[in-house]
Design a protein around this ligand. Structure first.
Ligand code: MN3
Length: 251
């Protein structure tokens, strides 16, 4: 990626704010952006930590339930953080480079232990995902992102259909993504496990900066929806944070 991820998230706050008029949305987006910035900036004493969610566990009710959010964040995400720190202890710091950014880790991921691929991916992907959903979410995409979606997919409806298909077709555990490729085009893709479109791996078919992320691991929906992934995806559209997505698109 040509942009450093740190610059990417630092700019997110300012640029997202510039695109938005409603004060309530500004508040939600500011929280999400500073959450991301904290996440991506140099880590405390060499250890990653689990930041608090930018909203309460029950804030997405009735679409995504409190218990799912609580376990997903405080157990699953916490687990990735702990295992990422453990995995990093086994890696020579010189390999990762300085500063030790996710951008560097993902660039070199093919040469790093599988535990790093799973847990750096897990920590990064979840950190992004929490900002992709919001109590103020739902509705329609806005601004330049709305224009780009229309240009690439014909309509928001058609985009949602294709993104939903990608999320439904992911066999087992993984993620669905909307990315902006280095040519500046929007593309939908899906990855297995905790891989993501930033990883420098041959099996990552579409690479790019993340605009939208959806966790389709069963742990993201099983308590409420059991095997009904389609219902969970419908819930996602009800809380999707288009303002954040537009902010990321505008970077
Ligand atoms: Mn998850």
């Amino acid at each position: 990626m040509e942009n450093s991820r740190r610059k990417f998230f630092k700019k997110a706050a300012a640029l997202t704010l510039g695109a938005i008029a409603s004060s309530e949305i500004i508040k939600a987006t500011t929280v999400a952006s500073s959450f991301l910035e904290k996440e991506i900036l140099p880590i405390d004493a060499g250890k990653y930590t689990l930041p608090a969610l930018p909203y309460a566990y029950d804030a997405l009710e009735p679409h995504i339930d409190k218990l799912t959010m609580e376990i997903h964040h405080s157990k699953h995400h916490q687990g990735y953080v702990a295992n990422l720190n453990k995995a990093l202890e086994t890696v020579d710091g010189n390999i990762l480079g300085s500063p030790q950014t996710f951008e560097n880790i993902f660039e070199k991921i093919a040469k790093l232990p599988a535990a790093l691929r799973n847990n750096a991916g897990g920590h990064y992907n979840h950190s992004l995902f929490w900002t992709m959903i919001s109590p103020k979410g739902g509705g329609e995409p806005t601004g330049k992102l709305a224009e780009a979606i229309k240009k690439e997919f014909g309509s928001t409806e058609e985009f949602k259909k294709q993104f939903t298909e990608a999320a439904m077709k992911r066999f087992g555990s993984g993620w669905a993504w909307l990315v902006k490729t280095k040519e500046g085009k929007l593309a939908i893709t899906s990855t297995a496990n905790q891989d993501n479109p930033l990883m420098n791996l041959t099996e990552i078919e579409v690479k790019g900066n993340v605009i939208l992320a959806l966790d389709v691991w069963e742990h993201a929906y099983y308590l409420k929806n059991q095997n009904r992934r389609a219902d969970y995806i419908t819930s996602f559209w009800n809380v999707v944070n288009w303002e954040m997505a537009e902010g990321l698109y505008n970077l």
